[in-house]
Design a protein around this ligand. Structure first.
Ligand SMILES: NC(=O)c1ccc[n+]([C@@H]2O[C@H](COP(=O)([O-])OP(=O)(O)OC[C@H]3O[C@@H](n4cnc5c(N)ncnc54)[C@H](OP(=O)(O)O)[C@@H]3O)[C@@H](O)[C@H]2O)c1
Length: 291
């Protein structure tokens, strides 16, 4: 049996749907029954409730599990959640954990300057020395980050992207691609001790991203370069919690310091997944961009 945690989140929900699409059995861990309702009616999906921070709640989730795809939120005590979960999985006899990690557009961020990089690396090291078989799947920034409603993406109703990163380029990846790779990885053998980085197929400036959204929607969007301080003020005004603002503060600062992004498609190729371009992504989500 394959277990996927964080099943009700942005990545987890697309991954569970990809399993269902391929008629592959999967167990989905959720903690909020309301959010798990989206999976009702998917016959290959077994829903199990549990909290990754409470090992005693995970007994049913771990039963007969051969491999776990471990996902949790970057915003919520990620190190404590995932390292505790690794301990609980080991105690339950789970042989192999695939960590859903992250790597910024194929460029190494300074772990001392960006908490996300630091925490993913800390968890990766913890897993590697746990005695369990391990694999890391490391997507770069998600294309979904640019959709309206994500607080940091395109301004809902304004047709405008306001960013403080100058001419920096990024190679965002479509989570749909990551989901296809994740399912292929979870259902095949031979991935122990390996790390799979993934970016999208192009390194794009914010101006180019906005041009592609305009082309896909047929409506003119604009890119406005703003200062880091302005961006942080705007996020505060929208009610974003301070820890999340600090994370974005660090990530925007790192992107300004490292303006180039690599494109890394070996993982797409290794698993036979066609890379989705940003234009294709924007066309598929044209209605969402126009909200
Ligand atoms: N944003 C990016 O561009 C990017 C790029 C590469 C990698 N990543 C990494 O991808 C990972 C997933 O991010 P995401 O945005 O897809 O996820 P997300 O939407 O934040 O969802 C996280 C999921 O984890 C669950 N969860 C958190 N704590 C839990 C606990 N104690 N017990 C059980 N479930 C728990 C949440 O449950 P609830 O639904 O109940 O809250 C939710 O389903 C993160 O580690 C992030 O660093 C992000």
């Amino acid at each position: 049996m394959i277990l996927v945690t964080g099943a009700t989140g942005l990545s987890g929900s697309m991954i569970i749907r990809e399993f269902a699409q391929q008629n592959m059995s999967v167990r989905a861990l959720f903690r909020n029954p309301d959010k798990a309702q989206q999976f009702h009616g998917l016959s290959d999906v077994e829903l199990v409730q549990g909290d990754m921070l409470q090992p005693e709640s995970l007994t049913a989730a771990f039963r007969d599990v051969e491999r776990v795809l471990m996902i949790s939120s970057a915003r919520e005590r990620m190190v404590q959640t995932q390292c505790g979960f690794i301990d609980a999985a080991k105690a339950a006899g789970v042989p192999h954990i695939v960590k859903y990690s992250g790597k910024e557009s194929g460029v190494d961020f300074d772990p001392d300057k960006f908490r996300g990089t630091r925490e993913h690396l800390e968890i990766e090291r913890y897993l590697e020395t746990s005695g369990l078989a391990w694999t890391h799947l490391r997507p770069s920034q998600f294309m979904q980050f640019y959709l309206p409603g994500t607080l940091a993406g395109v301004e809902a109703g304004q047709r405008e992207l306001r960013m403080p990163i100058g001419d920096s380029r990024l190679s965002p990846v479509d989570i749909e691609d990551v989901a296809k790779v994740a399912v292929a990885l979870m259902r095949s053998d031979g991935h122990e001790g390996k790390a799979y980085d993934m970016t999208g197929p192009e390194a794009l400036s914010m101006k180019e991203i906005v041009e592609q959204i305009s082309e896909a929607t047929g409506i003119a969007f604009r890119y406005t370069e703003i200062s880091l301080e302005e961006k942080l003020q705007e996020l505060r005004a929208k009610g974003m919690p301070e820890p999340a603002i600090q994370t974005l503060n660090e990530i925007f600062a790192e992107r300004s310091r490292r303006p180039e992004s690599h494109v890394w498609l070996q993982t797409h190729r290794a698993f036979g997944v066609e890379p989705t371009s940003f234009l294709e992504f924007a066309r598929r989500n044209a209605q969402a961009f126009l909200r």
